[in-house]
Unconditional design. Structure first.
Length: 680
């Protein structure tokens, strides 16, 4: 009996163990949901405020560093990418077999981090530039100096953009465009809003302090004259909305015409100064009236003011490479007053920005080699393939697009160039000379090389595979002139992509991001170009009228959203991104349904597949609330809606969202079917 009892006990134990193992196997067969309960705010109903429900927990528990205001999921991930790269760069010079590019990255990093040497150097590295600026007496001299700085990566109100010609996309065109002033946007100079006027006053004080540091006795008067000069330039600049109208900035001209189109500013001389070959005879001037004003100011504003202005802009441009008083002044004004930081950004993080802007491709190569698993890319490509297939199906099934319009849209989709991960080849840095004790020289030589790279495009055919964003960027883009989408390697990690998670959250995150960028090919501007980047109308007149009707509904919807009481978004300014958000979310959902292939999605952590899809979408837009004057100013000037409204605005137009969360009349999230906007 005893022996039998023991045997029975063992049998029961074995059976229980087998059952436990089977249960564990079943549990392990289920993927993780990819949804963290800590990110949620269950005190809010998703039917009333889906954004707060989806990421309210993240907002409460995650606090960004004081040196990075506007903390968000994207910034959180980008910081982790740079932390990994900082560790890599510190080690590479000591590792056996380091490549020439890796040694150059190390030189730039080392020189930038050596603040003791930078302080000891003083302004000596800037002396050759100051000498040329001090010799300026005529408009021609000033034009030559502006060109000299532009050829080294610093645009003073006017710049050159080399891009595929939308009249002949197989060739590049040199385009002269309005460019940066000392403050971020023209409204900082022109608006009477108190928060902008405060920054404007602080800017004049900043100029005064910088000029005083350089030993000028007339700093107060000169600061006032510089602000007046920039204000006149700002008043002539086009708004962001105006510059984005297809064809509005198309003004072709020859080299001879460049010489005469703007008295005071000889653009032909400027072209020569930045190194455009003399054989080049096809140009574009995007904002001719702005260029005319620039030329007028070259003749009207005394040369001493221009000399002081160019010295100021050069000093501000290089402040992070200059002695401590210049660094601290730039940090106080730009990081603090303009962007709202309450602490200084760590030197190592600034160093990552220097490497990004000087040898971004080489830094990206290092990142991909060390931090980009091939298996993540393979699964992400499945998401990409399903997004493209779903987009095609939605175009074919469109209820508002004619047969002609569908043919044009499908042709454009067929010719779309999509790149994910990293470029097949990187820029050639072999001619770049670097030294571990020459921070300013390293920067200027690197920026000169990059500017030269752009100008050299004029002598070769368009490369539709070229990347203009590095693999370590937590971002992506659509290029209308190349009909190209680029999705960098850094995106293929949480919260955008989780290799061990169920499909739902990945289609809501990465799937949406892919579809968003694809949708830019069909937004208000993108839809006026064909699959090769040529500006043509492939919709019928009726198609275009219906497209605009739906677009205007989106403009009205987003114009109702308030960043702060009384401060409404500009639906026209954000329309391109709003179209891509709304269309991208619908396409990504269709791609998720395609991936399910009529299978029922599992319920994980209490959420259905459709619910997890929308929660995954919201999670990538988690960000701290906008509650400072600086934050409000930046939000109102951004072509993207604030993250909260990117989520609320897009889900409000998705019929599947209403089904997923049982949103009905009386709920705060509810829009009647007649009010919902559907495009692609």
């Amino acid at each position: 009996m005893r022996r039998l009892l023991l045997r029975s006990t063992r049998l029961r134990a074995t059976a229980l163990a087998a059952m436990a193992m089977a249960a564990a196997t079943c549990a392990s067969a289920l993927p993780v949901s990819g949804i963290s309960s800590m990110d949620l705010d269950r005190s809010v109903r998703p039917q009333d405020d889906f954004y707060q429900f989806a990421v309210g927990g993240w907002i409460k528990r995650v606090k960004g560093p004081a040196y990075m205001p506007g903390w968000s999921a994207g910034r959180e991930l980008q910081l982790s990418v740079y932390q990994a790269l900082d560790s890599d760069v510190q080690r590479i010079a000591t590792l056996p077999g380091a490549t020439p590019n890796e040694h150059k990255l190390s030189d730039i990093y080392t020189s930038y981090m050596d603040v003791a040497h930078i302080d000891a150097e003083g302004l000596r590295p800037l002396a050759p530039y100051f000498e040329q600026l001090d010799r300026m007496t005529t408009p021609g001299d000033i034009t030559a100096a502006v060109a000299m700085l532009s050829a080294q990566g610093l645009d003073i109100g006017i710049g050159t953009w080399v891009h595929p010609d939308d009249e002949d996309p197989s060739q590049y065109v040199a385009d002269f465009v309005q460019s940066d002033l000392g403050l971020p946007e023209r409204d900082y100079y022109l608006s009477n809003e108190p928060r902008l006027a405060t920054v404007r006053d602080a800017y004049q004080q900043h100029i005064e302090r910088v000029l005083t540091l350089s030993g000028r006795a007339d700093a107060p008067a000169m600061a006032k004259a510089i602000v007046a000069l920039e204000t006149r330039l700002a008043s002539a600049q086009w708004t962001q909305v105006a510059t984005r109208v297809p064809g509005a900035t198309s003004h072709r001209c020859t080299r001879t015409q460049l010489s005469t189109m703007s008295p005071g500013l000889d653009l032909s001389r400027f072209a020569q100064g930045i190194g455009i070959p003399s054989a080049t005879d096809r140009f574009n001037v995007s904002q001719p009236d702005y260029v005319a004003t620039y030329g007028q100011l070259l003749t009207e504003v005394p040369a001493p003011v221009w000399r002081a202005y160019l010295r100021l802009r050069l000093s501000d441009h290089l402040a992070r490479f200059l002695p401590q008083p210049y660094r601290e002044e730039a940090d106080r004004f730009f990081s603090g007053t303009v962007y709202g930081a309450t602490a200084s950004r760590p030197r190592w993080l600034r160093a990552m920005g220097v490497l990004e802007d000087s040898m971004g491709d080489a830094l990206g190569q290092l990142y991909v080699q060390r931090h980009f698993p091939a298996e993540a890319q393979a699964r992400a490509r499945t998401v990409l393939d399903n997004v493209i297939a779903a987009f095609r199906q939605r175009i074919e099934a469109s209820d508002w697009l004619s047969a002609t319009g569908k043919q044009g849209a499908l042709s454009k989709l067929d010719h779309l160039v999509i790149r994910m991960g990293a470029p097949d080849r990187i820029r050639d840095y072999s001619s770049l000379v670097t030294h571990p004790d020459d921070a300013v020289g390293n920067w200027m030589r690197a920026r000169t090389l990059l500017a030269r790279y752009e100008i050299d495009k004029l002598s070769r055919p368009v490369d539709r595979n070229e990347w203009t964003m590095s693999p370590q960027s937590v971002n992506g883009y659509y290029s209308v002139s190349r009909n190209q989408v680029v999705l960098p390697a850094a995106l293929l990690q949480a919260p955008y992509f989780q290799a061990d998670a169920d499909d739902a959250v990945n289609y809501g995150g990465l799937g949406f991001f892919i579809a968003h960028e694809l949708s830019h090919a069909f937004d208000r501007a993108g839809s006026q170009y064909d699959g090769f980047g040529k500006r043509v109308e492939w919709m019928t007149a009726q198609d275009r009228a219906e497209f605009e009707r739906r677009t205007h509904a989106l403009v009205a919807q987003y114009s109702r959203y308030e960043v702060a009481p009384g401060d409404h978004l500009d639906g026209e300014l954000t329309i391109g991104e709003n179209i891509a958000d709304n269309a991208g979310l619908a396409i990504a959902y269709a791609a998720y349904q395609r991936a399910l292939a009529h299978r029922a999605a599992p319920i994980l952590d209490g959420f259905t597949g459709d619910q997890r899809f929308y929660l995954g979408f919201a999670r990538i837009w988690a960000s701290e609330p906008i509650n400072t004057p600086t934050g409000i100013t930046q939000a109102l000037a951004d072509t993207h809606a604030p993250d909260r409204y990117r989520v609320l605005g897009a889900v409000a137009n998705q019929d599947a969202f209403y089904r997923a969360f049982k949103v009905g009349e009386g709920d705060a999230m509810f829009l009647s079917p007649a009010q919902r906007t559907h495009l692609w």
